[in-house]
Write a protein that binds this ligand. Sequence first.
Ligand SMILES: [Zn+2]
Length: 158
Amino acid sequence: MKVWVLEWLDTDNIQTNCTIWATEQDALQQACDELIEHHVDNWDPDDPDQAVAADQIQEFIRKGQYRQAVQRFNDYQDDYNSDYAHYYYVHEKEVLSHNQNNSPTLPPPAPVAFKASSPGATCRKCSNPNPYAYADRSDGTYCCRQCSTFSTIFGVSP
Ligand SMILES: [Zn+2]
């Protein structure tokens, strides 16, 4: 499954924002709405650089050329506002699908190994002590051969 990601970056305050869209067109349209509302609308019409850029950006948007409008906005930031630049990026991203045939799985947690330093353990199933067995748990128990065979056959974890 693919989605379209709209990222906004404020290089002055080191802030970012990210929204996910189903189509490229939706993401680009949202980028244009935001850059107009938060930036271009507040530009100074008497500033020639801002006036020219604003006209070109709005012309691209009128023609439905949202990608070019975003690019023009980012170019303006590079040219005239590099110290406080705000950028909009729209790009495609592959995401994991969560259907049953292809569900992502976490690796099993690593077992905590315990090994007694001296022999002598009691089976935690049948409670039979064995002076030669080593406990595999810190409570001094192990699973005897009989019980572990039993649980292997019947599928019960010792
Ligand atoms: Zn046992």
